[in-house]
Design a protein around this ligand. Structure first.
Ligand SMILES: *Cc1c(COP(=O)(O)O)cnc(C)c1O
Length: 396
């Protein structure tokens, strides 16, 4: 990987030490040009006409997302974010009283709310699988919980608030054996390291454009295994997802199109395509190797600092690093780093769900998430800045 060239091709690298790739990564010039060119075309000839003119490129976006995940293009639907993609998948799973949804403790907040909301409406029950001693989902416990009541397993590959990588291939092996649909939230993993739908054994997968994929904001995607379609009943029926049968009946459209809605931001669609192509050109293995190495290097630098501690759980860890500066609130750390041009963010520790009375919860932490285009020098800059804040927080 030619890091210097990749940085020259990323306008934001000139202005910021961007360690918020788990929030939104920096766009490349190539993606930015793709999007602005489409907006200009829309302005010049009309929005519908511009989409028509770019139809082959728009179709290729589905091919690119499928190639990224190891699936088929007709198994891909696009949405305005990962949350809506996830809801399209989840709300298509038929649920009734006594049915069970199994999830993990590191599930995304909006997904948990979706589970709880559906349970309230249908009489189904949400069962939270415990973590093992490493802090990842306990697959032995999961195996014991999978029974005929289980209608769905929903797990986050990488949580939004830490470096944990869940053992999703093992989850997929168990759900396949039990014949239970597996909805994988790969929003933080796709684009960061290779994610393959066959290797993970998931039946539905969601991701977003803006995070480690380096696509634009406001675009997400769903992949649905063809073999599971007849067990799903899409929640939204509209002209993109269904076809009138001539009377007052309808037929779902083929493949994942049955989950889609008609209107789309095609500049964002094409921007997603450009970002995915770039990831494919660079190679997911090479991206993953470098991103994970930078994550490990940053974690080691921070753990070596007096007054700074990292909190990432799991046996396998990724490029998301969460840290605490003793004696200083995470929000203040973020704001002081921001003044030095270092972009980080803060986890929602205190606002997160408590799964039981004994659950102590977590304090809010500073989240630093490098990506392959970051440099060792940037990690040093962030570590030096945190060391200085830690010194300031604990005057001797
Ligand atoms: C960001 C995130 C989401 C939601 O993605 P949106 O595109 O913001 O809807 C879901 N799951 C995880 C793990 C995330 O980090």
């Amino acid at each position: 990987m030619d890091i210097a060239a990749l940085r020259r091709g990323t306008p934001g690298c000139a202005h910021r030490t961007h360690l918020n790739n788990a929030g939104a990564a920096l766009l490349s010039h190539r993606t930015l040009r793709t999007m602005t060119a489409h907006l200009e075309l829309e302005a010049r000839i009309g929005g519908y006409e511009a989409a028509n003119e770019r139809l082959p490129e728009i179709r290729e976006v589905y091919d690119a997302v499928a190639a990224l995940l190891g699936g088929r293009a007709d198994e891909v639907a696009l949405f305005d974010n990962a949350t809506h993609a996830w809801q399209a998948a989840f709300l298509a799973v038929p649920l009734g009283p006594g049915d069970r949804i199994l999830t993990g403790r590191s599930e995304y907040g909006s997904n948990l709310l979706g589970f709880v909301h559906a349970a309230r409406r249908t009489g189904a029950e949400v069962v939270v699988v415990p973590d093992d001693e490493h802090g990842q989902i306990d697959t032995t416990a999961l195996a014991g919980l999978l029974d005929e009541r289980t209608k769905l397993v929903g797990v986050a590959h990488v949580p939004t608030d830490g470096g944990l990588v869940n053992p999703v291939a093992e989850v997929g092996r168990l759900t396949r054996r039990a014949g239970v649909p597996f909805l994988l939230d790969a929003t933080q993993s796709v684009g960061q390291f290779p994610v393959d739908v066959e290797e993970t054994g998931c039946d539905m997968l969601v991701g977003t454009g803006r995070k480690f994929l380096r696509g634009p904001r406001g675009i997400g995607f769903l992949w649905v295994r063809t073999g599971i379609l007849d067990r799903l009943d899409p929640y939204v029926c509209e002209t993109a997802s269904a076809q009138w049968d001539g009377g007052l009946g309808f037929r779902w459209r083929d493949g994942a199109t049955r989950f889609a809605t008609w209107e789309m931001n095609y500049a964002a669609v094409l921007g997603l395509g450009s970002a995915v192509r770039q990831a494919l050109d660079l190679g997911q293995d090479a991206i993953g190797e470098r991103a994970l190495a930078l994550g490990t290097a940053l974690r080691e630098r921070l753990d070596a600092l007096p007054g700074v501690r990292t909190h990432d759980r799991g046996l396998t860890r990724c490029a998301i690093v969460t840290a605490e500066v003793e004696g200083m609130a995470a929000a203040e750390v973020k704001s002081l780093l921001g003044r030095q041009g270092i972009n980080v963010t803060v986890t929602h520790g205190e606002d997160g769900p408590r799964f039981d009375e004994k659950d102590p919860g977590f304090p809010s932490l500073v989240r630093l998430s490098p990506h392959y285009y970051n440099t060792e020098e940037e990690l040093d800059r962030a570590a030096d800045a945190l060391a200085e804040l830690a010194r300031r927080a604990q005057p001797r």
